[in-house]
Design a protein around this ligand. Structure first.
Ligand SMILES: Cc1cc2nc3c(=O)[nH]c(=O)nc-3n(C[C@H](O)[C@H](O)[C@H](O)COP(=O)(O)OP(=O)(O)OC[C@H]3O[C@@H](n4cnc5c(N)ncnc54)[C@H](O)[C@@H]3O)c2cc1C
Length: 450
């Protein structure tokens, strides 16, 4: 059995520790921040996440599905709020499938506690990785108190997020890397529950206020409240306000009054929260290779930081863990060079694909969900899927409710676009979308290999 160092005890590092410890390895997790179970390291940045199919598959394989389910809220549909406050509910699937809302802080605390139950896991907080020797898997950690800790292992995993110190060291060698900030930043606002603890909106929907160039969304917490996130350009453009132009109290109040009038009564202090809460940026990181020397590997956001619009960053990281575990089953626990090589080869194309898919879904969420043509397309896809489930699985379902490789989903999504473009161009399709004619058209295009 191997001595493993995991750098980063966040969402992915904590699950990876459970997987590897259950295989019998000796696992030491070094986390830069204090223990989140003792201090509120997530204050003001808690951000709700959705766990979906791939996440659950991995959590189940690690034996912690039930422990996590207990802190989630199922979400079955998008609820769109227009500027007039009208609502439009669009289910995520035709067969009532859910994604699951969870607080990032709660999830991290739960997984750390599950990891700590295992006798061969040790958690070290306040340990910031400052250097890694890639040849001999030795990490250097700086402690708050000033002392320096050196740890040699058989294998090191960099699960230290988008700004990974492990990856920084890998960049000293032959390494391809790109870092792209998107134009949009985000800010969190808390939506309170009613005085009796009941929710003010349907908790089983992801609430979206799409405004074409910017948007707000809200995901339910278990306490009846919601965590809202406003995504808006860093700098205003001709089409859109930006965080740089919505700054003073008067501007902020005007902005929410005009853009999100139905949110104001639900969150009476939304302006104060906006002014108080931090503004964060969104980055896409792509890199290659994900492992060196069969001794040091990247996992989770350290390997593939993506924008959050498919809600798949963590789910993809959990799938990384599951794939790694499957490869260890296949190739044995003492064959790290082979396993890490195969892990990187299997996951890298999927990391790239989910980065592309996530950007694509941003356009869908902020813009298309308010577009009647897009809503018609969703209805047609649901109709075809219901009649031919073996032939048509909408892209969203491929990503959120299946194990289909992200790269295959991306290609299939492009094919669907080509087919739907022709279907939506059919004369009178608005009236006859549920007809045999439309069905025949889709089947014909599928058969023609469109
Ligand atoms: C607004 C927003 C919404 C999102 N929504 C979703 C969603 O709905 N569903 C989803 O699946 N994903 C979502 N994501 C993505 C998700 O948050 C990330 O993919 C996930 O957190 C990645 O986990 P990780 O453990 O790889 O990285 P992180 O969660 O960033 O954890 C990295 C850990 O490493 C530690 N660390 C960093 N540097 C060092 C160092 N030098 N030494 C030691 N420790 C270090 C950090 O303190 C941290 O604890 C969202 C992201 C954002 C920004």
């Amino acid at each position: 059995m191997s001595n493993i160092t995991i750098v980063g005890g966040g969402l992915v590092g904590s699950l990876l520790a459970i997987f590897l410890a259950k295989r019998g390895h000796s696992v030491n997790v070094y986390e830069r921040r204090p223990d989140p179970r003792k201090t509120d390291v997530y204050a003001g940045r808690s951000i709700n996440l959705v766990v979906s199919h791939r996440g659950w598959t991995a959590l189940r394989a690690a034996g912690v599905e039930e422990a996590v389910k207990a802190i989630t809220v199922p979400v079955y549909a998008r609820m769109m709020h227009d500027r007039e406050g009208n609502l439009n509910r669009v289910p995520y699937s035709i067969d009532n499938k859910a994604i699951w809302s969870v607080s990032r802080g709660e999830l991290n605390r739960r997984l750390l506690s599950e990891a700590e139950k295992l006798p061969n896991v040790k958690l070290f907080f306040d340990h910031r990785c400052v250097d890694v020797n890639l040849e001999n898997a030795t990490c250097h950690f700086q402690r708050e108190e000033g002392d320096h800790v050196v740890v040699k292992a058989d294998v090191v995993f960099g699960a230290d997020g988008a700004f990974s110190a492990v990856r920084s060291k890998m960049m000293w060698g032959r390494f391809t890397y790109s870092q792209e900030y998107i134009e949009h930043d985000y800010k969190e606002v808390a939506f309170p529950a009613n005085a009796d603890g009941t929710p003010k909106m349907d908790p089983h929907c992801l609430h979206i206020w799409p405004r074409r160039w910017f948007m707000m969304m809200g995901l339910a917490n278990q306490d009846g409240g919601f965590t809202g996130t406003l995504f808006m350009p860093h700098n205003a453009t001709a089409q859109s306000p930006g965080f740089d132009t919505v700054r003073e109290e008067k501007e902020v109040r005007k902005f929410f009054t005009e853009q999100f009038p139905d949110a104001l009564p639900i969150v009476p202090d939304i302006v104060e929260q906006y002014l108080r809460n931090p503004q964060s940026s969104l980055v896409i990181i792509r890199c290659n290779p994900w492992q060196v020397n069969g001794k040091v590997a990247l996992i989770g956001d350290a390997a593939h930081a993506i924008v959050p619009f498919y809600g798949e960053g963590m789910n993809a990281g959990y799938e990384d863990c599951k794939v790694l575990n499957d490869l260890l089953n296949e190739h044995g626990d003492d064959n790290w060079a082979e396993v890490l090589h195969r892990y990187a080869a299997a996951r890298k194309p999927n990391g790239d694909a989910i980065a592309d898919l996530s950007l694509r879904n941003f356009v869908e969420m902020r813009d298309l969900v308010a577009d009647p043509k897009f809503l018609l397309r969703k209805k047609i896809e649901g109709y075809i899927q219901a009649k031919h489930p073996d032939k048509w699985l909408p892209l969203y379902s491929q990503v959120k409710f299946s194990d289909i490789a992200y790269k295959d989903a991306w290609n299939e999504g492009l094919r669907h676009d080509r087919i739907m473009e022709e279907v939506l161009a059919m004369k009178g399709v608005e009236e006859k979308w549920e007809s045999e004619e439309v069905e025949r058209k889709v089947l014909g295009l599928l058969k023609a290999g469109k």
